[in-house]
Design a protein around this ligand. Structure first.
Ligand SMILES: Cc1cc2nc3c(=O)[nH]c(=O)nc-3n(C[C@H](O)[C@H](O)[C@H](O)COP(=O)(O)OP(=O)(O)OC[C@H]3O[C@@H](n4cnc5c(N)ncnc54)[C@H](O)[C@@H]3O)c2cc1C
Length: 461
């Protein structure tokens, strides 16, 4: 039995990172842990929208990890509700009218092109790697990383427009870390890259250790991935922690010897003292909350840390499956990805149905000139029908919903902005920022959770 500890710890945000932090704290015997969440439910990106007994998630969501201690902990919390499912060939991408396995296999792309174009791509890749080496200059942005690694031709054919469509900005305006983290490895490009590296012709790191990438076994729960965060929340509350949803943070008062958090719940103002704050909310929400505003440099850095929202159109379709993949990427439709969580074991009401989740970013909404839920629904259905994936009369239910802070936008120089903010928070001594939103990084659930857990280790016991 852990010795009770009485530090007052307030966790901001009840997504994977915040709940993992609070879980760790209550398990370590902290008995004054309070979690404040803006939404009406816990889970953050792992939450879902329930409609007529069906769960519509924020796009594809499966749990996986290469951190053994975390996997064991999650499995022992969830028991049999978390099941493993087969991942073989279940991620696809549509390119030039054909479906390919995903992550992209460079050879598939090259072979799908006419012979002269394939040759052009290969030569351009060779030329780029050598030319960049001779220049001896570091790429300055995401586009240059891609041109250096894949050559100008493949960049033009494959990456340029898709990246623009997804992010709504040219690749030149994204930091080079974007390409290092988000472009998958383990394919022909990696092999070519390794050869260049051995010949001393490349000095580029091919991926970031924290990048979003599915590793190891994949796990899911029959009622959706929110079962994981719901169970974490129940564990926290059963062990003395408290979670308040529907809160609106109004101020963090830094006073001589105390830190106080003011917030509204059900329209009523509340105030709570904290020895430590573990924040997992977007940094740009945290910084303006302080009663003594930080320097202008910090405020401006926080303002620049913008997120890309994600709109999801969920459909219940009376046929199963629609595709074999649990997730397919599309380059020419309104949605960039179509998930089918029923292929990984999601239950439906009634049974035997498919749930489709079409993930759409704002640039596509603008291009299609659709704003209202109804317009979005019709644009998605039109594209699905045109792709011969469904017929409109097969749709039994639908919903359209949105997550404002889905993807951190790695603008040029964003790492400098994060460093400025972290320096400021360090100077406070008792406010930590962590998780995907708090660290402003693309990470998967298990890394966000691990970040939350590790941040609690900075709290002296
Ligand atoms: C479309 C998509 C698909 C993904 N698929 C996978 C996958 O298959 N597998 C995987 O491992 N990872 C996946 N990820 C990544 C995963 O969702 C995230 O890494 C993880 O959910 C991040 O958890 P978090 O707690 O850091 O952030 P969040 O989940 O965003 O949690 C932050 C919480 O803070 C709350 N909050 C925000 N502002 C405030 C405020 N002002 N006051 C109070 N509360 C606030 C939010 O409501 C939220 O609950 C995916 C991400 C996306 C966008």
């Amino acid at each position: 039995m852990m010795k009770p500890r009485n530090q007052k710890i307030v966790v901001l945000g009840a997504g994977s990172a915040g709940l993992a932090a609070a879980w760790e704290l209550v398990d370590r015997g902290q008995n004054q842990v309070l979690v404040l969440e803006r939404a009406s439910v816990v889970g953050g990106l792992l939450a879902s929208v329930e409609k007529n007994g069906n769960q519509f998630e924020y796009g594809t969501h499966v749990f996986h990890t290469n951190i053994d201690s975390l996997r064991d902990r999650v499995k022992s919390l969830m028991g049999e509700r978390l099941f493993e499912f087969d991942r073989m060939s279940k991620l696809h991408i549509k390119f030039r009218d054909k479906y390919f396995r995903y992550p992209l296999n460079g050879m598939d792309i090259v072979l799908s092109l006419p012979l002269h174009l394939s040759l052009h791509c290969v030569l351009s890749m060779l030329y780029s790697n050598i030319a960049w080496k001779i220049q001896g200059r570091e790429p300055a942005n995401a586009a240059e990383v891609l041109r250096q690694r894949f050559g100008d031709k493949l960049y033009e054919i494959f990456f340029k427009d898709y990246t623009h469509k997804f992010w709504g900005m040219p690749c030149e305006e994204l930091d080079k870390l974007f390409s290092l983290e988000r472009i998958p490895r383990s394919d022909i490009f990696k092999i070519v890259h390794d050869i260049f590296e051995k010949l001393g012709l490349s000095n580029l790191n091919i991926g970031h250790p924290l990048a979003e990438r599915a590793i190891g076994k994949l796990y899911y729960a029959a009622n959706g991935i929110h079962e994981l965060t719901d169970t974490m929340a129940a564990h926290i509350e059963n062990n003395g922690g408290k979670i308040e949803t529907n809160t609106r943070l109004s101020r963090i008062c830094l006073e001589n010897n105390t830190t106080r958090i003011e917030y509204f719940i059900d329209g009523k103002q509340e105030s709570v003292e904290a020895d430590y704050i573990v924040s997992t909310i977007p940094i740009r929400h945290l910084i303006p909350l302080f009663n003594k505003p930080p320097d202008r440099e910090v405020m401006e850095a926080s303002d620049r840390l913008q997120f890309l929202p994600l709109t999801v159109c969920g459909l219940l379709v009376k046929r199963k499956p629609i595709r074999e993949a649990f997730c397919t990427y599309f380059r020419e439709l309104i949605f960039n990805r179509l998930s089918e969580p029923t292929n990984q074991g999601l239950r439906t009401v009634p049974e035997g149905r498919s749930i489709l989740l079409a993930e759409i970013t704002d640039y596509s909404l603008q291009q299609y000139n659709v704003k209202t839920e109804d317009e979005i629904y019709h644009a998605v259905v039109k594209d699905l029908v045109r792709e011969n994936l469904i017929r409109e009369d097969e749709i039994e239910d639908s919903c359209v919903f949105r997550y404002e802070e889905a993807y951190p936008i790695y603008h040029l120089g964003f790492q400098q902005d994060i460093a400025i903010i972290k320096d400021y928070l360090r100077s406070l001594g008792n406010v930590f920022t962590t998780g995907r939103q708090g660290n402003f990084c693309y990470v998967n659930t298990h890394i966000a959770m691990q970040m939350g857990i590790e941040t609690t280790m900075e709290i002296p016991s």
